[in-house]
Design a protein around this ligand. Structure first.
Ligand code: FES
Length: 125
């Protein structure tokens, strides 16, 4: 069998949106929370130190529309939205979900904020 370039096992989309200073709107990277600005680097460094950075690809992204629950990140595949992140929570998600294969339910967004998706075929005009 031909051995091609392997696709990543996971993409992790970390919201890096920051609100301008003085904006009342919450954002995932906030000047009021210094740790929030370090989370992406922490994620990437942890993946590197564990030797899984290629097969797990961290992506910096803009707003994922769950700003009230920030800092957030989305793990694909699985469509798993993690909220209110800290460095410690990210470490646990890497160990238990990404390596261990078990979603860390206590850090997942509440069901009422993450209802079933509406199929685009139902909405398309
Ligand atoms: S700012 Fe991160 S979800 Fe909106």
């Amino acid at each position: 069998m031909m051995q091609g370039v392997p696709q990543p096992a996971f993409y992790i989309f970390k919201c890096q949106q920051s609100a301008p200073p003085g904006m009342p709107k919450p954002s995932c990277v906030s000047q009021n929370d210094p740790e929030s600005a370090q989370l992406f680097q922490h994620l990437a460094q942890s993946l590197m130190m564990k030797g899984i950075i290629g097969t797990v690809q961290p992506i910096q992204t803009g707003c994922l529309n769950r700003c009230q629950q920030g800092p957030v990140m989305l793990v694909e595949p699985g469509h798993t939205m993690y909220v209110e992140l800290t460095k410690d929570k990210i470490d646990k998600i890497i160990d238990e979900h990404i390596i261990g294969g078990n979603v860390v339910n206590e850090y997942v967004i509440a069901d009422e904020m993450w209802g079933e998706a509406i199929p685009p075929s139902q909405m398309a005009k």
